[in-house]
Design a binder for this molecule. Sequence first.
Ligand code: NAP
Ligand code: MG
Length: 485
Amino acid sequence: MKRYPMYVNGEFAAGESGKWFPVYDPSTEEVIAEVADGSAADVERGVAAARAAFDSGGWPQTTAVERGRILLRLAEKIRQNAAHLAELECRNSGKPIVEAEFDIADTASCFEYYGGLANKIMGHVNPVPENAISLAMKEPVGVAGQIIPWNYPLLMAAWKLAPALAAGCCCVLKPAEQTPLTVLEMAAWLTEVGVPPGVVNIVTGFGESAGAPIVAHPGVDKVAFTGSVEVGKQIMRSASDTLKRVTLELGGKSPNIFFADADFEAAVDGALFGVFINQGEVCSAGSRILVERPVYKKMVEAMSAKAKKIRLGPPLARETKMGPLVSKEQFERVAAYLEVGKKEAKLAAGGGRAKEFGRGYYIEPTIFYDVDNSARIAREEIFGPVAAVIPFDNEAEAIRIANDTPYGLAAAVWRRDIFKAFRMVKALRVGIVWVNHMQPTFVEAPWGGYKHSGFGRELGPWGIEEYLETKQVHINLNEQPIGWY
Ligand code: NAP
Ligand code: MG
């Protein structure tokens, strides 16, 4: 069995505790690797290395074009090793291999994008009413602590590392304990592509023992977190002691809204894709499916018929469309919600463990209908293949239901009447709206939520802004004294 040490200051080593924790293949429930169990002492080393690289190691002083080239080389390395990374991601997370291949391609694209953006960060000349030159300069925020979830393991690492490195920041990243393998494989190439020691540190371990010390550490200037609302709130509280900059991406309960004039086949497909992609373990999952009354019954029937045919199977099989959930813990969470749903609404498809598999954390694609928006399965993020279908009578009601949620990450609207679709776009209190599609995600476009889905934006130029400070510079061109006293 392979052991994966953590990566600190350019070197792979066991944690200070000398302990290792198991990492599983969720389709077989077998241990596939052991990973160094990080603690506050390892975070201490990681932050010290990042601080040194930032404060005196010269990383912020490397030219932007050089940082860009390094990221482009890393992207190339990821592409060259895409098949291996996709297979490892697939085995460790349970996601279908075809989806894992997309994720790795997107990971490379993310490093490429920020490689290209590194030398396009620009400041401003401010037109102040003085004989002076007034500038707004952009500078890296410093050492970034980055804590990521298990649903898109390497891609989430790229969303965090790529903009930070392009900006000139140094990083201490903690992957989710369930899925630390691919980012550790990638770390092995950092020196070769030109990332100096200490610029990127990967501290593996659990949230409380390895994540919380990053958030509390006074040597960390900023924390970027993706995960649950509960942990997001803890992070914000803890970060307030040291006044860190904080950005949070906390998931959602996104409405996928279908009007009667939408193309019916596309609607059925879009509803299923929106909620079952990646086993529903998606922060922007379209887990509330709102359907206009005239097509409601027909849509529930068509969706259910198609959902029952979705191919569950071993993640590595190319024909598999849904694999197991990532872990026993997540399986049990979702299974508990299935029982809640059976009490709150009517079941049209799925509703239990996929029984054809003797082992593995497989859950059937599940559709509840006649769900009231006040039900728990309509309000709480399930993070599994569970859809709540809710009928509505008109546009105003669709808007009311869609916005009646603590979350505000994403929404989708399906209708042919583009004027009405645009009215919906404006009315929805969310950070991302798709029209006649759901889930396409591009590194060029901003990603992030309103309300309890967090704040800050990732991707595109918005993503790099979160790793930059703005410095005002005033250059007096008068040669006389100020002359006040
Ligand atoms: P989580 O607990 O929020 O974990 C996300 C990351 O934060 C992991 O790396 C985790 O470490 C770490 N963490 C946990 N407690 C921490 C703390 N006190 N201080 C600092 N870091 C901490 O999410 P989860 O347990 O993996 O999943 C639970 C639920 O969260 C899901 O069912 C879903 O609803 C939601 N979720 C949302 C997203 C999203 O994209 N927004 C992604 C994943 C999950 P560990 O490895 O020890 O957990
Ligand atoms: Mg957790």
